[in-house]
Design a protein around this ligand. Structure first.
Ligand SMILES: CC(=O)SCCNC(=O)CCNC(=O)[C@H](O)C(C)(C)COP(=O)(O)OP(=O)(O)OC[C@H]1O[C@@H](n2cnc3c(N)ncnc32)[C@H](O)[C@@H]1OP(=O)(O)O
Ligand SMILES: CCCC(=O)O
Length: 441
């Protein structure tokens, strides 16, 4: 069957017809040779819609078609490359809560052709989805045709479920022996990140189960945990990052006291360095599951002492969080932030922590602005509504907003702002009628 289905990328993409919706696997499952071959058909195809997530390298269907004559590309979560294209109307954002994405595929949207990078076929005829199980099964099950791009460098991730596809469900196979699996460097934050990390690490008990988001700030927290005295930590995370490998190496991560999936570190996709990939490869201490399980707040809430650590871009004085846009400029996406904010709050002893620097410096102009604002800018997307926001951390401390009234939130958040911006924030809070008269006397 393998020999019958094996073909060239150019031949495989002839499965795509005018008007089709084509889905690429997300992050490390993005096809490379198939993307290039599909781009090669630009002049003969019409109205092809491509859906993808977080490009880790230039997308050939975008590069070949700057005026978007043939390809309309949509993206569930923007990377740095993607946000530049989106700002030129060459890519469009697909709003979602990550836990809902599989059900959106199952119940709402159609897929004509799925193109997915996978690990080599095993002796039972299965292609492991490798580093990214998250939504891959939902995409392939909905697709009318499935093309797999086999990458021999793709680690094999053992799964709870939904981690592989059988050759009988595949329409065409192409091989990519010389394509590296994309890595991202483990970059630690600066002194401010270290300060914020120190508050967060203090709030983590022995035996806690952790989720870490993307970026220098969560990396700093993870690296500090690895060097701490914390014992018997567990992992239940959307994205498995290098920090978890460091914690395991230092003996902090045992998954021994987790009250769900005990002895297993749970994740939906892994993205990081080659060291991380070598650690996850065939590792029975880890289990990958689809995102509608990992990110389900009802699942997360069953795990005691669940500590979720994510970062954001801006918080207003009501406690509304944006982790994804600045006005109408889409920076990234909601991803799983709200899923974990809700889930960690439900956990006995749990905390959802949204961390950020108190200020932002514009790289081009050098202008410094407060990341705590009276109100979000016009057009900014709310990632976490104020009713769901739990803990917020900056280099000036950490506060729990849950249960606080509007004046208490304003007071607490102004206490987390950079001192240079506090007077102005107080004036605005007063105008917004969320500053106590007694404070003025
Ligand atoms: C994969 C996971 O994270 S799982 C966890 C759940 N998911 C989420 O939390 C999703 C939402 N969160 C995110 O997307 C990220 O955590 C972010 C964007 C909030 C922070 O990620 P980081 O990698 O630390 O972001 P970074 O500092 O590089 O900033 C990204 C961009 O936003 C811009 N930016 C960041 N903060 C601000 C700000 N306050 N004002 C204006 N622009 C800002 C940066 O300039 C940068 O833009 P550029 O690359 O085009 O120059
Ligand atoms: C693909 C979604 C990533 C995130 O949650 O940030």
């Amino acid at each position: 069957m393998y020999k019958q289905k094996l073909t060239t990328p150019e031949q495989a993409v002839t499965l795509v017809k005018d008007g089709d919706w084509v889905d690429y696997g997300m992050t490390t499952s993005q096809p490379v040779l198939l993307d290039k071959a599909l781009a090669g058909r630009k002049d003969e195809l019409h109205d092809i819609k491509v859906r993808e997530t977080m490009s880790l390298f230039p997308r050939q269907v975008c590069e070949c078609d700057p005026d978007c004559d043939t390809f309309t590309v949509m993206n569930w979560h923007l990377s740095g490359y993607d946000r530049k294209l989106a700002a030129q109307s060459r890519m469009f954002f697909n709003p979602m809560c990550f836990r809902n994405e599989p059900s959106i595929y199952r119940n709402i949207i159609d897929v004509d052709v799925a193109m997915i990078t996978v690990a080599p076929m095993d002796k039972h005829g299965y292609f492991n989805f490798g580093l990214c199980a998250a939504v891959t099964e939902a995409i392939t099950k909905k697709a009318k045709k499935v093309i797999v791009e086999v990458n021999p460098h793709m680690p094999r991730c053992l799964g709870g479920r939904g981690e592989a596809i059988h050759i009988s469900d595949v329409d065409a196979i192409v091989e990519a022996p010389d394509v590296p699996v994309p890595t991202i460097p483990f970059v630690l934050g600066n002194d401010i990140d270290q300060k914020i990390a120190s508050y967060i690490v203090e709030a983590i008990p022995d035996g806690a189960t952790l989720q870490l988001g993307i970026g220098g700030l969560p990396n700093s927290v993870g690296a500090m945990i690895a060097k701490s005295d914390l014992k018997d930590l567990g992992v239940h995370t959307e994205m498995l990052v290098d920090a978890f490998y460091l914690m395991a190496k230092e003996g902090r991560l045992t998954n021994k006291v987790k009250n769900l999936n005990r002895d297993k570190g749970v994740f939906a996709f892994a993205l990081g360095s080659q060291d991380l990939y070598d650690w996850v490869d065939d590792n029975p201490a880890l289990a990958t599951f689809p995102i509608d399980y990992v990110n389900d707040p009802a699942v997360i809430g069953q795990i005691d002492n669940f500590i979720s650590i994510n970062s954001c871009i801006e918080v207003d004085l009501y406690g509304q969080v944006s982790a994804e846009s600045m006005g109408t400029h889409q920076i990234s996406g909601s991803g799983g932030q709200l899923d974990f904010t809700d889930g960690a709050y439900r956990s006995r002893g749990g905390k959802s922590i949204i961390a950020m620097h108190a200020t932002h410096t514009d790289k081009k102009t050098g202008t410094v602005t407060s990341n705590i604002s009276p109100i979000l800018k016009a057009g900014t997307t709310v990632t976490d509504p104020r009713s769901q926001t739990h803990w917020i951390a900056t280099e000036y401390g950490m506060v729990n907003l849950m249960g606080k009234s509007t004046w208490q939130r304003a007071e607490a958040l102004i206490g987390l702002a950079h001192p240079d911006f506090r007077d102005e924030l107080i004036k605005e809070a007063d105008k917004m009628h969320i500053w106590r008269k007694s404070n003025k006397r």
